[in-house]
Design a protein around this ligand. Structure first.
Ligand code: SAM
Length: 313
């Protein structure tokens, strides 16, 4: 990994770390592979994980509908009494096409910033939530283009459709479905977007294979996601709350990029990288003093990255 960023350990206040551009090394990380596979097996089965994710994001969609709040910190679900995670939410408000009602504070980057969307194109947003990135994309494709959001959580789809209707957009469509098996024909998308979603998908290889299938030859993606550097202790990996908070489902950055390339994408590049701040108090709650000290010593770091890549012509 040719990378110029400094790293910081879990719990270190290191928001807005320097932006970096890096290229991907193909060197395999077998130890990480092993740990990731073990994690998926031990935590819960994939169906259970997805049910848990669907339930949680269903609550978030419903609560936001009821209260009209959730501007920047919904991911931890304060109202539900679960742990609170400060996702690296970037300020979307200045981006053209931003629609406040679609912003539930669930993103971890601004994938539209690197997406190079053009008028008339077809854009697909994976895990579209209430439509935040879809409406920004709609602004870029204009009335001639098309935007499709895919999400597996019915209340999110309902909220996104309500938002599209309020905004009078008839070329923004939301489809209920899973990223691992998308209700979208092959070679549909000029541009794929996704914001803080793939970390929640247990079978990431299947997800990337699907992304490849629905991308047009010559099309490209811009994906913001959470990754780790180092290995999260198993105790943390198994915590449902941390999974929902986008941390425990995150895999090693090199592994992640390797998977994207294995799916067939080329020119895979990390465009932006920002430290994800997991508070010490939260981590300390689940680890012994020794485990916590070891974690700090090993400089395990959680990052939000925005990655781009393209499907060969
Ligand atoms: C952290 S939220 C991000 C929402 C949106 N991208 C945003 O930035 O506001 C994750 C979203 O992904 C959806 N999701 C998670 N796993 C999914 C899967 N396997 N297939 C489809 N949607 C999924 C959830 O329902 C939820 O709406």
């Amino acid at each position: 990994m040719a990378q110029e960023c400094a790293t910081a350990s879990i719990g270190t206040a290191y928001r807005n770390a320097p932006t970096c551009f890096s290229t991907f090394s193909k060197k395999p990380r077998n130890r990480v592979n092993h740990v990731v596979n073990k994690k998926i097996k031990t935590m819960k089965n994939q169906k259970e994980i997805k049910e848990m994710v669907r339930e949680k994001y269903g609550e978030i969609a419903t609560e936001s509908k009821a209260s009209g709040c959730c501007s920047t910190s919904c991911c931890g679900d304060e109202s539900g009494g679960d742990e609170i995670f400060n996702l690296v939410t970037e300020d979307y408000k200045s981006i053209e096409g931003y629609a406040e009602e679609a912003d539930l504070g669930l993103g971890c980057g601004t994938p539209t910033q690197f997406a190079k969307i053009q008028t008339g194109q077809t854009v697909v947003d994976l895990g579209s939530g209430a439509g935040n990135d879809c409406f920004v994309a709609r602004n870029a494709v204009g009335a001639e283009g098309k935007v499709i959001g895919v999400d597996m959580t019915p209340p999110m789809i309902a909220k996104a459709r309500e938002n599209a209707s309020k905004l009078n957009y008839n070329n923004v469509e939301f489809r209920l479905g899973e990223i691992e098996n998308m209700p979208i024909a092959e070679n549909t998308a000029d541009v794929i977007l996704s914001n803080c979603v793939l970390n929640l998908v247990p079978d990431k290889e299947k997800a990337f294979a699907e992304i490849y299938r629905i991308t047009k030859p010559g099309g490209h993606f811009s994906i913001s996601d959470i990754v780790v550097e180092g290995i999260l202790p198993e105790k943390l990996q198994e915590l449902a709350d941390l999974y929902i908070g986008c941390v425990a489902g995150a895999i090693d950055q090199n592994e992640y990029l390797q998977m994207v390339q294995a799916a067939g994408f080329e020119h895979v590049e990390v465009q932006k990288k920002t430290m994800f701040d997991v508070p010490d108090e939260l981590v300390e709650k689940y680890l012994s003093k020794e485990e916590f000290a070891q974690l700090k010593a090993e400089n395990v770091a959680v990052w939000s990255i925005t990655v781009t890549g393209s499907k060969p012509v």
